[in-house]
Design a protein around this ligand. Structure first.
Ligand code: SF4
Ligand code: SF4
Length: 191
């Protein structure tokens, strides 16, 4: 007959198990971890809204429409942000600039921020950097209709969040418009 393997615990294992049972060993191990965290780490609770976290540089907050430094709206009503948005947040009604048939602007611009994912695709899609993501996050409201923003509201958010504005494209170095250089890397126009 082939030899059979014994699975019964040895007397020493049984003794260890018994000692662990009567000394509440597992409970003590858990309490050790709890006490270590209690004594070693400081509390991280912040007393919001009196204390606020430092937001990371890459934070994506409320969206805003931007202007050039002379106050002109950057948006040219191209609808690319509307097409890029996966949540159908944006609705653009574009029109010709009065007296300038080759130029367009957004006559109306709406965002339903109850649907926004803060993915940033609309910002990336905009060819003239007319959209920005601010660091505003305190947008809790009692009525969700308050989160359906129009153009004037979005421009106001941009005005307070981006006080430093860039010059109009025609007043910048020609490479800016051609290569779509980011605002922070703008080369100076030769005088
Ligand atoms: S951040 Fe994303 S979800 Fe929100 S409006 Fe832009 S593209 Fe749409
Ligand atoms: S915000 Fe930018 S992408 Fe959207 S309509 Fe205006 S110019 Fe076009």
């Amino acid at each position: 007959m082939p030899p059979t393997l014994s699975t019964a615990p040895s007397p020493l294992d049984r003794l260890k198990s018994w000692v662990k049972t009567i000394t509440f060993y597992e409970l003590l191990v858990g309490m050790k971890a709890t006490m270590t965290h209690l004594l070693r780490y400081r509390p991280i609770t912040l007393q919001y809204p009196h204390e606020k976290r430092t937001l990371p540089d890459s934070y994506r907050g409320m969206l805003a429409l931007l202007r050039y430094d002379d106050g002109t709206e950057k948006c040219v009503g191209c609808d690319l942000c509307e097409a890029a948005c996966p949540s159908r947040v944006i609705r653009v009604v574009s029109a010709e600039v009065p007296g300038e048939p080759t130029k367009r602007y957004s006559k109306e611009y709406y965002m339903d921020m109850t649907r926004c994912l803060f993915c940033g695709l609309c910002v990336d899609a905009c060819p003239v950097d007319a959209l920005g993501m601010t660091r505003e996050f305190e947008w809790a409201v009692y009525d969700k209709r308050d989160l359906q923003l129009n153009k004037q509201q979005l421009l106001a958010i941009g005005d307070r969040s981006f006080p430093v504005r860039e010059k109009r494209l025609e007043l910048q170095h020609r490479n800016v418009a051609f290569f779509n250089v980011a605002f922070k890397d703008l080369p100076q126009k030769p005088s």
